[in-house]
Design a protein around this ligand. Structure first.
Ligand code: RP5
Length: 181
């Protein structure tokens, strides 16, 4: 089920209060994007960052898109992660209606051209209205980048990112050890 835009993230195994305001808004153009975008939600959950996740279609619900973007900052959100495939206008248009940082996730929804349309829709923004675009289908990196932005003023998150990097390094080191055997 996709919660309403005002719903906070469900609490997982951790002890976060559920009444806090979400800091990250994860939005996408279609239900078909959800299988990719849930990875961002999972990473944020693991880092204990409150988020919300919902559909905001630039083509099918354009007024909702404007309202969401215009109200995002005053609702307490700090970073937006916007996913879309095909003519992926959501990140760019949302960026036009908010001064919050917008991270774009190009989604490979049009298999015939393998997501190139989505990538190009996001990266060629005019000067002054950037979309921080991650790799194709890489909602994980979108979440990590959002956490890095939040960690600028948050020692707990900065520490958690250091630990995360250590786990990445340890994984490589384990493989190196296995290859030596
Ligand atoms: C975009 O069109 C969405 O982000 C989605 O990736 C793509 C296809 O949408 P559906 O036709 O599957 O709803 O707006």
């Amino acid at each position: 089920m996709i919660p309403d835009a005002t719903a906070a993230a469900p609490s997982g195994a951790d002890d976060r209060p559920t009444t806090e305001t979400p800091l990250v808004g994860i939005i996408m153009g279609s239900k078909s994007d959800l299988k990719i975008m849930t990875a961002a939600a999972e990473v944020l959950r693991q880092f204990g960052v409150l988020y919300e996740i919902t559909l905001v279609s630039p083509h099918r619900t354009p007024h909702r898109m404007v309202e969401y973007a215009e109200n995002a900052r005053k609702r307490g959100l700090r970073v937006l992660i916007a996913g879309g495939g095909g003519a992926a206008h959501l990140p760019g248009m949302v960026a036009a209606f908010t001064t919050l940082p917008v991270i774009g996730v190009p989604i490979n929804s049009t298999l015939s051209i393998q997501g190139l349309d989505s990538i190009l829709s996001m990266i060629q923004m005019p000067a002054g209205t950037p979309v921080a675009t991650v790799g194709l289908d890489n909602a994980t990196n979108a979440a990590i980048l959002a956490i890095q932005m939040l960690a600028i003023g948050n020692a707990r998150l900065a520490d958690a990112l250091e630990k995360y990097r250590t786990t990445l390094k340890d994984r490589v080191m384990r493989t190196i050890e296995e290859l030596r055997k």
